[in-house]
Design a protein around this ligand. Structure first.
Ligand code: ATP
Ligand code: MG
Length: 165
């Protein structure tokens, strides 16, 4: 669950101030599916960067699953990002020299998951994505959909750990 209240973010360019986020209040429940729409420059990327813990607001509060993200240091924010946040970028940011399997496995290695458990989880994720047959292919040998599917890995991983949900 995401709870944002009273969030402000101002950018200064020379002596002009841009209020990219002006008193944002937002609650997103578990399982909600949300689109953020608005004209260019209206603050969509600024909001997503903040929700994704890539940037901090100047003021206000942001609770992610009950955790007050404003009080966390950069290492703690990076850990939360790794464990709870998935980004789907317009470009895939897969590592070109690693296979599909290795690209999925890399963040699990960085998260300190043991080899045996990694193998099991990667197998489940490949299966879910429908690319088990292509586990040993490099990113440029996958279709666009197959490549972008990788980027959801925290969610897939969560489901791999809790298959009943
Ligand atoms: N790093 C920055 N420094 C200065 N101004 C910025 C910075 N990032 C964003 N802005 C300004 O903040 C406002 C909101 O920008 P943002 O990128 O969030 O808009 P957007 O809704 O994502 O636009 P687009 O649809 O073009 O992607 C814009 O006026 C932008 O120029
Ligand atoms: Mg944008």
């Amino acid at each position: 669950m995401i709870e944002v209240s009273g969030v402000n973010k101002t950018f200064y360019l020379g002596d002009s101030a841009v209020h990219a986020l002006d008193n944002i209040n937002l609650i997103i429940e578990q399982g909600d599916y949300l689109s953020v729409m608005g004209p260019s420059g209206s603050g969509k990327s600024t909001l997503l960067n903040m929700l994704g813990l890539l940037d901090r607001p100047d003021e206000g509060s942001y609770l992610l699953n009950g955790v007050d993200t404003m009080s966390l240091d950069e290492n703690e924010r990076a850990r939360l990002r790794r464990e709870q946040i998935g980004f789907v970028f317009q470009s895939y940011h897969l590592i070109p020299r690693l296979t599909a399997r290795e690209n999925i496995e890399l963040p699990l290695m960085l998260a300190g998951v043991a080899a045996k458990q990694r193998r099991a989880e990667v197998g489940v994720i490949l299966e879910k994505l429908g690319i088990s047959q292509r586990a040993h292919h490099l990113p440029n040998q996958l279709s666009g959909g197959g490549a972008s599917a990788h980027r959801h890995w925290p969610q897939h991983r969560h489901e791999a750990e809790h298959p009943a949900r």
